[in-house]
Design a protein around this ligand. Structure first.
Ligand code: RUQ
Ligand code: CUA
Length: 662
């Protein structure tokens, strides 16, 4: 019976595979790689022997998971999930008192977002291993993760935005990151008919300044564009440094049935913004202050707490009042990715509905702008003539181009969603030199440093939308997945499939050697400025303030201090402020108490975290360490006595044979 079922399942899977190949059109390409991972020494090339380290880190967005997954390459091993926009019970992110402010927005506490595009910080056009930024798509936000701790250090909300999709993309020295709105909306928001789209809706492009030392973000200005849908973006480098480029669709400016109505025009636009010019206009006082509401949340490694600040205004530049600030480049057709090649000259656009890949020339753009080679305008933003800015075309490379990255040898790699493949072509000659199928329906791809001036090359990683028959089935939802290809030879070679957490919309990778030297191993206890720190066991205490009880507790292998507490009453609010006294690498302790309506806390060495518990029943309630920290981890436990609301039980606490303190 079981055997039959398995046989039936495998037939079904095979049939699904065939069907999918027909649907995605990758059947043809499939033939050309019957070798691939099977026919070569692929296993050797991805084998990282036990105890050895990977050569690269890869940071993949989790899409609807809201987080970042950290993987090693070439092994594809998952190291960590960094909580960014979504609460994470494992690390207590968004559950403990310290990190709750990170998820504050002008809409209140928003415990989830849709994270798409990680961006590694760069210095001189090269990835530097300091920070990684990522967008929250739904409630517009940008986050910065510190790569010394692999923790989210800052989240800034973006006002006047609705769908923070074309974000975050960095300039070559991380001076700015840009964030374009996917949905145009009334700015300022107001109650109008949706069908007044053309007259009332606008799209804001935000320029967020990044402090070169601290990484702190600050919305420097916004450019108020006509009502388009801004999709993805990139920033210039080398000669084009000082400019940013945003793809857009819906040049038709429709507000319903976009799959048809926004696919009418042959060409949509790339908006080219001269941000150095914008800085001049700012200085000249050309910006208008718009009243807005947004939150700016910063986590401190000194206080081990996040703070949330309400912001009230933003500077806005209006293109029609700022000549030379922004131009529109006609671009075939509903472009998704826009990517500047490592020389900074070509702006490569992947038109989802275009047969070709179009590259604009930056030097031609400058000339066309200078000679006012215009072809009309949209809402006061001049359109440059297509022919005047065209740099080159890759003719009919595949179906559904989405995104392009570059290697260190002058080649480009473009993902094709519909034909489910990666196509390698030469920048400048525009000839296709290789193609490999992906399994299946690739979205974005990633070459280590592939959007910088100095790509590291070696691999391209496909970030796929569909896996179907590639993995063991796991119910209705199958794993999402990435595929690793070697690109150091003339031909790309498929080496490895590996599953990912959430949907990896995009990933960036970097040599591990650029990240490892910055690693923090523990937090110095002597520098802990948490308001409820307990620096030694002697300082442990319990303080009642009305109905609030603050427990200053420590943890060290393998006990809590105090571990017996009495005098808590039903109706109290108990704050366990727990400090991990360890001063060594990789020794977190956890803390959980029965019936708490929140997650455990997982406290790093030298850190303080707070768990809030509101006991509802009388009794003696245990708590314990959740992280297996020593041979006596299981003994790392304690009790809280909970008395009735009106009882006279005195507050007291102790550890071992100590006399109770009261
Ligand atoms: S993205 S593939 Cu192209 Cu934000 Cu999802
Ligand atoms: Cu501490 Cu287990």
């Amino acid at each position: 019976m079981k055997k039959h079922l398995i046989h039936f399942l495998s037939l079904l899977l095979a049939a699904m595979g065939v069907l999918l190949l027909m649907l995605t059109g990758c059947g043809q390409a499939n033939k050309s790689t019957s070798t691939g991972a099977l026919g070569s020494n692929a296993a050797q090339k991805t084998y990282v022997a036990p105890g050895s380290l990977d050569e690269f880190y890869m940071f993949a967005s989790g899409g609807f998971s809201g987080q970042i997954g950290v993987y090693g390459l070439p092994s594809g091993r998952l190291f960590k999930q960094i909580p960014v926009f979504s609460v994470d019970a494992e690390k207590s992110y968004g559950f403990n008192e310290e990190t709750k402010p990170m998820l504050q927005t002008s809409h209140g506490f928003v415990p989830w977002d849709d994270a798409h595009h990680p961006a590694l910080s760069q210095t001189n056009g090269e990835t530097d291993g300091r920070w990684i930024f990522i967008n929250g798509n739904n409630t517009p936000r940008v986050a910065r993760v510190d790569l010394s701790t692999f923790e989210t250090a800052e989240i800034i909300e973006i006002p006047n935005s609705a769908g923070n999709h074309s974000s975050p993309y960095l300039t070559m020295n991380t001076e700015y990151l840009v964030a374009g709105t996917r949905f145009s909306v009334p700015i300022p928001q107001k109650d109008v008919s949706i069908s007044s789209y053309k007259e009332n809706f606008k799209g804001a492009l935000s320029f967020i300044k990044v402090d070169p030392n601290t990484g702190h973000m600050n919305i420097e200005f916004q450019v108020l564009m006509p009502g388009l849908d801004f999709d993805l973006a990139t920033c210039g480098k080398g000669p084009s440094h000082g400019w940013s480029f945003f793809t857009s669709y819906n040049s038709e400016q429709k507000n319903s049935l976009l799959e048809v109505n926004a696919s009418q025009n042959d060409k949509d636009f790339v908006a080219a913004v001269n941000w150095k010019k914008a800085e001049e206009y700012l200085k000249a006082g050309k910006a208008k202050d718009f009243p807005v509401n947004y939150m700016h949340n910063v986590y401190s490694d000194e206080t081990h707490m996040a703070t949330s600040t309400a912001m009230k205004s933003v500077k806005v530049l209006i293109p029609s009042e700022c000549p030379g600030l922004v131009y529109l480049l006609p671009t075939p057709k509903s472009p998704h990715g826009v990517d500047v090649d490592p020389t900074g000259e070509y702006i490569v656009c992947s038109g989802k509905l275009s047969a070709d890949i179009t590259a604009h020339s930056f030097s031609k753009l400058l000339k066309a702008a200078e000679s006012k080679d215009f072809d009309g305008d949209v809402g006061g933003v001049p359109i440059l003539k297509f022919e005047s800015v065209l740099g080159g075309t890759v003719k009919e490379p595949g179906l559904g181009p989405l995104h392009t990255e570059f290697d260190d040898k002058g080649f480009a790699y473009t993902s094709f969603f519909i034909s489910s493949e990666i196509v390698k072509w030469k920048v400048g000659t525009w000839e296709v030199v290789d193609r490999q199928p992906t399994f299946y329906s690739i979205g974005h791809l990633c070459v280590p440093g592939g959007n910088s001036m100095k790509p590291e090359g070696k691999y391209v990683i496909a970030l796929n939308k569909i896996t179907k028959d590639r993995y063991l089935p796991t119910g209705p939802e199958l794993t999402q997945s990435a595929q690793l290809y070697a690109i150091d030879g003339d031909k790309m070679e498929l080496l490895l499939d590996f599953p990912t957490i959430g949907e990896p919309h995009y990933a960036q990778a970097i040599s591990a050697s650029r990240v490892i030297p910055r690693q923090k191993q523990f937090f110095k206890l002597s520098e802990n400025k948490h308001p409820y720190v307990t620096p030694t066991e002697k300082d442990a205490k319990v303080v009642r303030e009305g109905k609030n009880i603050h427990i200053y507790m420590t943890m060290i292998r393998s006990h809590f201090a105090p571990d017996n507490i009495e005098g808590v009453k039903v109706g109290d609010k108990v704050y366990f402020h727990v400090t991990n006294l360890e001063q060594d690498f990789d020794v977190p302790h956890g803390f959980a108490v029965m019936g708490a309506n929140t997650a455990e806390i997982l406290v790093m060495p030298g850190q303080t975290e707070t768990l809030v518990w509101e006991p509802r029943q009388e009794g003696v309630i245990p708590f314990y360490c959740t992280d297996f920290c020593s041979a006596l981890h299981q003994e790392m436990q304690g009790y809280v006595r909970v008395s009735a609301a009106g009882s006279g039980t005195a507050l007291k606490w102790w550890l071992g044979d100590e006399k109770p303190v009261q």
